[in-house]
Design a protein around this ligand. Structure first.
Ligand code: ATP
Ligand code: MG
Length: 569
């Protein structure tokens, strides 16, 4: 992705949804009230696509000084769990949003929905059907061919009322009967071909217990739930555009003969967010979790909000991402590089710069006094002076990165090698004059001499050398682990291949654990989710597996340009 594409857009115009809301306000619709909602089904953890929808719905509420509801669309007791409800609430709050009043549940409306179903039956607009799902599918027709009427379509109102009540009372087995809307089997819109309203499920529900054994379908529930809550703008993804006539039909039937309601929800669709190199379907994410391919919903490689949080993303970075992605009517795939750009932007401003050596090799400064320890002053964040300075211990033996030393360095290797000079950041300029190897030929120690005049404040402190290395004191550092991540999939669109399972594209090297890392002593008492920039290496976040004195870090993202940032000092 080009840099320009990532730059903030100055004076960005409000997206088309805001324009539509402005129009409704200008026309005085809904008593000039605005109320949005975020309606997840509690059948998985939220992902970055949901974050876009959350930012949009709660963002509109913030902008218009209005409110947004959080409603769980809990119409399917088979797939839904309390764990998901709790994680969803946590994620929405973590993103920085508050819903209006109590959390809402579609299941709170089961009584009302049932009453409305009776009303539809009485009007001759719904019927109990005995066809099997296979038979229904076979009679549905195609978009260009009309479907066939069910042989049960003309049951009398009395018979339908009786059968529906007996469905509710548990007299039938699952799949034996369903309630269908009676609309039009020849409609060019397949969703209008007598869609299912209720099915029998003999399973208790996490909120209604075993009160019900018939459950309303999502399509029969969603629009009415919005109506009950007086949602003014029901914002949803494009695939629901074709459901809109059905939602309207249900409301028309229900409202017939009733006084005009204060609010009638208006549905507006936008394109869902797609991100490359990952999958976003909850079913597929669940499969990764259940098969143990990832460590859980919050595995830092997952596109879930909890995974991104554990990886080191901040709410601000995700909100910035949602803003930059924008809202469109056309499907598109967003480059994950944009998400990485957003977290870098945020952490660059906030993260304290510290020293960590991930693949350590010992460096001995042979002319430095054996027992001496100096406290070296170093800037916490050059981007933010208010973050101050701190002192890090320096002594005769330090660790540097193994790949910062080469036995036979090529030209332009501005790091360490025999005869070469570098600065140890915030300390001295050193010159390499030897090294030791083990029997396998691996370098085990590097020997240098230092120039005492090159410390900050000394006569030679401004002397320029090409390279500056990070380091930690061998005597004072602490040990710990770093987990490096690569994309979970090697393909840009792992679930976009016909006949090839998305798991075929898993990246076998998406996780690399480095367990012998060395950190400056100040990192001994970090807490999970603390975030740092490891000098020259990238941004890192403390993992929940950390223990006192034994930190575990996740690499959030690399530095954009690991070298340009390293000038001297
Ligand atoms: P399912 O596959 O279970 O239907 P879903 O991703 O549609 O999953 P919901 O819980 O129904 O999940 O989604 C809640 C809300 O989030 C809906 O309003 C939906 O439109 C929105 N949403 C879901 N995925 C995305 C996405 N990728 N981009 C933008 N919005 C999304
Ligand atoms: Mg959905």
């Amino acid at each position: 992705m080009s840099k320009e594409a990532l730059e903030p857009v100055e004076g960005e115009v409000k997206n088309f949804i805001y324009q539509e809301i402005d129009k409704d306000l200008a026309e005085g619709k809904n008593g000039k009230k605005i109320l949005t909602r975020f309606p997840p089904e509690p059948n998985g953890y939220l992902h970055i696509g949901h974050a876009k929808s959350i930012c949009l719905n709660f963002g509109i509420a913030e902008y218009y000084n209005a409110a947004c509801n959080l409603r769980f669309d809990d119409t399917n007791p088979v797939k839904e769990e309390i764990e998901y409800i709790e994680s969803i609430e946590e994620d929405v709050r973590w993103l920085g949003f508050n819903w209006q009043g109590d959390v809402k549940y579609a299941s709170d409306y089961f009584d009302q929905l049932y009453e409305w179903a009776i009303k539809l039956i009485k009007k001759g607009k719904a019927y109990v059907c005995d066809l099997t799902p296979e038979e229904i599918a076979a009679q549905k027709g195609t978009p260009t061919e009309p479907g066939k009427d069910s042989p049960y379509r003309n049951r009398s109102v009395a018979e339908n009322l009786d059968l529906f009540e007996r469905m509710k009372n548990g007299e039938f087995k699952e799949g034996e009967k369903i309630l269908r809307a009676k609309i039009d089997m020849a409609s060019p819109n397949m969703h209008m071909r007598d869609p299912i309203m209720y099915r029998i499920i003999h399973k208790p529900h996490h909120r209604t217990g075993d009160k019900w054994c018939i459950y309303p379908m999502y399509d029969y529930t969603h629009g009415q739930s919005d109506f009950i809550e007086e949602i003014t703008h029901s914002i949803c993804t494009l695939e629901f555009e074709v459901h809109r006539p059905l939602y309207n039909w249900f409301l028309d039937q229900i409202l017939e003969g009733e006084p005009v309601p204060p609010v009638r929800p208006r549905q507006i669709e936008f394109a869902r967010l797609n991100l490359n190199y990952t999958v976003m379907s909850k079913r597929k994410l669940l499969e990764l979790v259940q098969k143990g391919i990832v460590s859980g919903w919050d595995d830092p490689r997952m596109p879930t909000i909890s995974g991104l949080r554990r990886r080191g993303f901040t709410p601000e970075s995700i909100r910035l991402f949602a803003e930059k992605v924008g809202v469109a009517r056309r499907d598109n795939v967003i480059d994950v590089a944009l998400l990485e750009y957003c977290i870098r932007e945020d952490l660059n401003k906030r993260a304290m710069r510290v020293n960590a050596v991930l693949d350590p090799i010992k460096l001995i400064i042979t002319n430095y006094p054996e027992d001496q320890v100096e406290m070296m002053k170093t800037t916490n964040n050059p981007e933010d002076e208010t973050m101050g300075i701190r002192e890090v211990p320096f002594c005769r033996e330090v660790f540097i990165e193994r790949d910062d030393f080469m036995e036979e360095p090529p030209k332009k290797f501005f790091r360490l090698g025999p005869g070469l000079e570098v600065r140890l950041k915030s300390a001295y300029i050193i010159k390499c004059d030897g090294f030791k190897k083990d029997e396998q030929g691996n370098v085990t120690e590097v020997y240098c001499t230092y120039d005492p005049e090159t410390k900050s404040g000394m006569p030679q402190s401004e002397r320029k050398v090409k390279g500056t290395l990070h380091w930690v004191s061998a005597r004072h550092c602490i040990d710990g682990e770093v987990r490096l991540y690569d994309r979970l999939f090697m393909d840009e669109e792992p679930d976009g291949h016909k006949d090839v399972d998305f798991k075929e594209f898993l990246n076998p090297d998406s996780l690399k654990v480095l367990s012998h890392c060395k950190f400056e002593p100040g990192l001994a008492d970090v807490k999970p989710l603390d975030k740092f920039q490891f000098q020259r290496l990238g941004y890192f976040c403390v993992d929940s597996d950390s223990a006192p004195g034994k930190p575990v870090f996740n690499k959030t993202v690399g530095l954009k340009d690991s070298w340009s940032k390293i000038t001297s000092k």
